[in-house]
Design a protein around this ligand. Structure first.
Ligand SMILES: NC(=O)c1ccc[n+]([C@@H]2O[C@H](COP(=O)([O-])OP(=O)(O)OC[C@H]3O[C@@H](n4cnc5c(N)ncnc54)[C@H](O)[C@@H]3O)[C@@H](O)[C@H]2O)c1
Ligand SMILES: [Zn+2]
Length: 394
């Protein structure tokens, strides 16, 4: 087997026409490779995602297949995946259908998923399919990481946020009480199959939350993506499939490039946390209910930009452009209305903290980030200052 291939097609028991069709589909889909040696895997942005998913899973020659999904995704999209798997002769041994939402991201739910898999006879050649948003991929990936000390899994993300962020990169895990993502494992998927058309049924608020991560990716790694989203904001918001597909492709490319340089977040992977320092604190302060993740990250990016301006790293024009785009996308940008003072107290919960120091992610220009180790007290005071200061002229 070639570890570094963009798509795999199983040929046994299939007609030449069928194989040619599958090869053509694989060839016409955009595909990226996450190059991690023996753990390399393809990320395929597929026009016909259920079929691409079934092809990929079949090529892995699994002893059994388990689908993890949530009730909403199953209702809307489950039949298409089950149908495509069945066409390849793959009948999932069991499906774990979790309750939608962040409150499912608990160890107890992982235990339920694992119990189901063991009861249905899972072995080391089992493949877990994660069909859903970031909550599903975090749970399914973590279950796959721990089942029999690690089985293969494939991510089939269904929200914009999970397509551009959660499904790629191998971070899996759950929350422990109020500690977000406190328990988990690095466990790379064997493939990621993205069907951008899934975003059609997402709520507008969830879709916008994904757009915040797209803007983040553009800021830290792709100035052209920033131009694209600025130019096509309206079409993006109306979920024009061509625009969404291009945005997903470019955002995934940013993540792939960063993850392949730094799989375990000892350096550059921190760039993906642009806007997340104050963002996480605001999200936690609102008990993960008042703000979506993307809304919190949008506010966090505005804060990081203004901190950059204060430190002479970011120019006012860059800060204004990013802020304007976020606002155009319907994301919150008004820090003065946020409980920044109280949220600052939660910065100590930041997983990236090292003693009293935090690595701040600042922006020189769009596409040019800068990591700077800062004293937490200093960063916290700067957040307080920029939250009440006049915004930069736009
Ligand atoms: N592991 C990582 O690297 C990583 C990165 C970013 C985020 N995350 C995690 O991802 C989670 C957030 O992801 P999310 O926003 O996808 O959350 P989610 O999985 O909770 O999905 C949001 C909501 O949308 C519904 N949904 C999903 N797909 C849908 C579709 N196509 N149509 C209609 N409804 C749909 C879900 O049922 C849910 O109610 C957080 O827990 C976050 O910590 C992980
Ligand atoms: Zn994020």
């Amino acid at each position: 087997m070639y570890a570094e291939s963009h798509a795999r097609i199983r040929t046994d028991d299939r007609s030449p026409e069928d194989i040619a069709d599958a090869a053509l589909a694989a060839w016409s889909d955009a595909s990226l490779l996450v190059p991690l040696g023996a753990r390399s895997y393809p990320v395929r942005i597929a026009v016909s995602a259920p079929r691409a998913l079934a092809d990929e899973v079949a090529a892995m020659d699994p002893s059994s297949v388990f689908v993890v999904t949530d009730a909403t995704v199953r209702e809307l999209w489950g039949a298409s995946v089950e149908g495509a798997l069945a066409e390849r002769g793959l009948r999932p041994s069991a499906a774990a259908v979790i309750a939608p939402g962040e409150q499912s991201k608990r160890l107890a739910v992982v235990e339920e998923v694992l119990s189901k898999m063991i009861a249905a006879g899972a072995d080391r050649d089992t493949v877990v399919v994660a069909h859903g948003g970031g909550v599903v991929s975090d749970i399914a990936g973590f279950a796959a990481a721990t089942l029999l000390r690690g089985v293969r899994w494939v991510a089939a993300p269904t929200t914009l946020l999970s397509m551009v962020d959660a499904a790629v990169g191998g971070k899996t895990g759950v929350d422990l009480g109020p500690a977000k993502n406190a328990v988990g494992a690095f466990h790379q998927p064997s493939a990621v199959i993205i069907g951008p058309s899934h975003v059609a049924t997402e709520s507008l608020r969830a879709f916008r939350s994904g757009l915040a991560e797209v803007v983040k990716s553009a800021c830290v790694g792709d100035a052209q993506l920033f131009e694209l989203v600025s130019r096509e904001a309206e079409r993006a918001l109306s979920r024009d499939l061509a625009v969404v597909t291009e945005i997903v492709e470019r955002s995934v490319a940013v993540k792939v490039s960063i993850v392949s340089r730094d799989e375990r977040e000892s350096g550059d992977r921190a760039l993906l946390n642009f806007g997340h320092t104050l963002g996480h604190a605001l999200e936690a302060h609102g008990n993960w209910e008042r703000l979506t993740h993307g809304e919190a990250v949008a506010l966090g990016m505005v804060a990081a930009l203004r901190v950059g301006c204060e430190l002479g790293v970011t120019d006012a024009d860059t800060a204004a452009r990013v802020t304007r785009l976020l606002a155009d996308l319907g994301l919150p940008v008004d820090l003065a209305r946020e409980p920044v003072d109280d949220a600052r107290k939660l910065l100590t919960l930041d997983k990236k903290r090292r003693g009293s120091s935090l690595r701040a992610i600042l922006l020189r220009r769009i596409g040019e980030p800068l990591l700077r180790d800062m004293d937490m007290g200093e960063l916290s005071s700067l957040f307080a200052r920029v939250a009440t200061a006049e915004p930069p002229p736009s």
